[in-house]
Structures are given as C-alpha cells and as structure tokens.
Unconditional design. Structure first.
Length: 167
C-alpha cells in the first residue's frame, strides 16, 4: 500500500460520511434519538459507534491506547455529534496527510479497548477502519431511507465517478 492509495481511500471515507451526515441532518431530534434494532441501536447509536471507531483507531495510530470509546449519550442532538465528527475528521486528515509509505507498510502495535496487545501492518488496520465504517454507514443509510431521507449511493465507484467529473 502507498500513501496515494490510502489518501484516496480516506477521501472516499470522508465523502461517504458526509453523505450520511447530510441526510441525517434532516431527521428530527426524536428520530435521531429513537432506539433501534440494529447492533448499535438507532441512528444516534450507530453514528456514535462509527465516530468512536474512527477516533479510537486514529488515537492508536498516534500511540495512544484508549480504554473506552465515545458513548452515544455524549450526543443529545445530531448537531453535537456532527460537530464532534468534524473535529475528528480534521485530526484524521492531518494524520493521513503526514503518512509515509514506510510507515504504512510497517508493523503497528496497539491494545484493544480491553487492553489486549495486538499487531498488524498499519495499512491493513487503516483499510479495516474504512471497511468497518462502510458497514455502519450502510446501517445508517437504511435507517435514513426508512425515515424518508436516503443519502443516495455511497459506493466507492460513485465517489470515483464524481471526482473524475470534477476534474
């Protein structure tokens, strides 16, 4: 894996997150907070989990070992979640921009939230984070579509076609 490829993947991740967040901005507070039957509950729980995962992984890549993730209760409104996600996006983008090919291809040691030591190659866990987000964006997209606020297609190929059009 090289820096150019991981940057493209993270541009996609940001684009797809924005599509979900833009659609979610249209729901009522009640719709945002309602519990659901998905693995992380409703819209708030699912989005908070996706955000928490991005934040946790970035911190691990920067040498921290978080012992817990972000909790849905930290976000009483959609706007509070979006504001926190915008902060995280800036931190994540800065990290990705400062990567080197050597760092991407090097072993990376970290601890799980339970404190278990692990090791992977950095690019592999970076791809995992985007893939993990795809699952939860899909869940959020299904919820949003049921609420009448479909985010539209969030496929990687749609992203590529859009950036090709824009030059």
């Amino acid at each position: 894996m090289n820096k150019q490829d991981i940057q493209l993947l993270y541009r996609y991740n940001h684009w797809a997150n924005e599509r979900i967040l833009n659609a979610a901005a249209n729901v009522t507070t009640e719709q945002f907070l309602v519990p659901g039957s998905y693995p992380h509950g409703g819209l708030r729980g699912t989005l908070a989990h996706a955000l928490s995962s991005e934040c946790t992984w970035r911190k691990r890549w920067q040498g921290e070992s978080p012992a817990q993730g972000i909790k849905p209760e930290e976000f009483p409104t959609f706007d509070s979640l979006r504001a926190r996600w915008q902060e995280e996006e800036k931190s994540l983008a800065a990290f990705v921009d400062n990567l080197t090919d050597d760092r991407l291809n090097a072993p990376f040691q970290y601890k799980t939230l339970r404190g278990d030591p692990m090791e992977n190659v950095l690019w592999q866990v970076m791809v995992h984070m985007v893939n993990h987000g795809t699952q939860h964006r899909s869940e959020a997209a299904a919820m949003l579509t049921e609420l009448g606020h479909s985010p539209g297609d969030i496929d990687f190929i749609i992203f590529l076609r859009e950036i090709q059009k824009s030059g």
